[in-house]
Design a protein around this ligand. Structure first.
Ligand code: PA5
Length: 449
């Protein structure tokens, strides 16, 4: 089948094929539990069958809403944080040109896609609002709980700006809310104002929600073909099903490898890309694995680097620092663009030996050279081969990582679908902001400042 592949030959010396195969039965049982709902977190398994069950009608509604926003807006602001932000940005950055936004008039293919509500920086919000001043813009406001502080604050400011610039009636047409079917402040607000809304299924958690309207609406608004993305995901859903033998089940193999390395002292996994367009795919992956596995005092720390950029900063640490790391490289086959290194008469930069070569070939040699150097330096390496950056393979990659994360969490013995730890900072922040109901905590925390 025409899919992403797992390359494991650079693990030899760290982990044998036998070490991996010994875990096949237990990994298969973990995979089956994701389908039967027989283990922890079974209320949040809606993502497992999402790609194959999304209807054409549901996709059409997303596409139509995206088309409306695209036709009426110079800019679209995606408001959301964590699982309500990273998946959309990962796909949009991977599949669109960052320079399109610099084009003007008909040369620009899409409205400028902007992000807000993923931090509480006053400067960032001021700069965004300054940019939006005088422009026709729309807002996609995404929050499953509908009560998250960061996006709620950003939305309040942006809604106010849009209503003032476009008028209340027009603003309503340019705001779409993606939230719970019945609960939360955003649901109440959207129903009261009469915004177009999309529902986030109850049984899909934030970090597994990229293939719901949470991700698909912004992705479609950026002009990306969501049907091919979902079809790609559905291919891996099938190829990693509960009856598929471990030997062919790529997410299960990846989950076993990372857990076996973890047992052998490799506490940090570094996801590597050689294309800055994949930077946010790594950010999404960090959240997926970090929030799913980091609990009960265990869990691989998920880190990420952009090579070759970070070879000039983090490369030293990876080559010679503490040997507690392993690398997973997202290796891309064919570049979509084509640029050859030209001849230069004077050759003062000494680069004529590369004349006629594609940039991707130079990048590839940097990648292969780095991989060998890191393996020689004691860093186990595995790679996920992605034939090229397009909707289909990114869809495959998303489901691959989601499935691997579910299996990996079960292998680790934790619940990969909750995130109790993220509440701690929120409680303190609310207390320090003197939110009603937090009076006691306010006093206690202020005494500690
Ligand atoms: O994965 C998660 O559950 C979190 O990252 C949430 O997505 C994030 O906190 C945003 O939550 P909400 O969509 O409720 O605003």
């Amino acid at each position: 089948m025409d899919t992403i592949q797992l390359q494991i030959k650079d693990l030899s010396g760290f982990l044998s094929e036998d070490d991996i195969l010994k875990q096949s039965a237990v990994a298969t049982a973990c995979n089956q539990a994701l389908h039967s709902g027989s283990r922890k977190g079974s209320d949040f398994l809606g993502w497992v069958s999402l790609p194959s069950t999304l209807t054409s009608h549901a996709l059409r509604e997303i596409e139509d809403t995206a088309a409306n926003l695209r036709s009426g807006c110079e800019a679209i602001v995606i408001v959301g944080i964590g699982g309500s932000y990273l998946g959309a940005r990962a796909v949009i950055d991977a599949l669109t040109s960052p320079f399109d936004r610099l084009q003007t008039g008909t040369a620009r293919k899409s409205p400028v896609i902007l992000y807000a509500g993923n931090n509480i920086s006053e400067d960032c919000l001021c700069e965004l609002m300054h940019y939006l001043d005088g422009k026709s813009f729309g807002i996609i406001n995404i929050s499953k709980s509908g009560t998250t502080t960061e996006p709620a604050i950003a939305f309040r400011l942006l809604k106010n700006q849009l209503e003032k610039s476009a008028g209340k009636d027009e603003a309503k047409k340019r705001i779409v809310a993606v939230t719970d079917a019945s609960k939360g402040a955003l649901r109440t607000l959207a129903d009261t104002e009469g915004y177009k809304t999309f529902v986030i299924p109850d049984n899909v958690g934030g970090r597994y929600s990229v293939l719901t309207p949470v991700g698909l609406l912004p992705i479609a608004a950026a002009g990306i073909d969501i049907r091919t993305l979902v079809a790609g995901a559905a291919e891996i859903e099938k190829a990693a099903g509960p009856a598929v033998s471990f030997d062919y089940n790529l997410p299960a193999i990846y989950a076993v490898i990372r857990n076996e390395l973890y047992k052998r002292g490799k506490k940090i996994e570094i996801l590597v890309n050689y294309h800055p367009k994949l930077h946010f795919l790594s950010e999404w992956w960090k959240q997926l694995f970090g929030e799913s596995e980091g609990k009960d005092g265990v869990g691989i720390f998920p880190a990420a680097v952009d090579f070759t950029t970070d070879l000039h900063s983090m490369g030293q640490w990876i080559q010679e620092g503490e040997r507690t790391i392993f690398e997973t490289v997202m290796t891309v086959g064919e570049a979509n663009g084509k640029a050859l290194i030209p001849h230069d008469e004077m050759n003062l930069d000494g680069l004529n030996y590369l004349e006629g070569k594609r940039i991707s070939e130079v990048n590839r040699m940097a990648e292969l050279g780095t991989r060998i150097a890191h393996v020689d330096g004691g860093v186990p390496n595995l790679a996920i081969a992605i034939p090229r950056l397009n909707e289909k393979y990114i869809g495959q990659l998303i489901y691959f990582f989601e499935k691997a994360c579910g299996i990996s969490g079960y292998l680790l013995g934790i619940n990969p679908f909750n995130q109790p730890g993220v509440e701690a900072y929120k409680k303190n922040m609310f207390a320090l902001l003197e939110k009603p109901g937090y009076e006691k905590a306010t006093q206690a925390l202020k005494a500690r400042l």
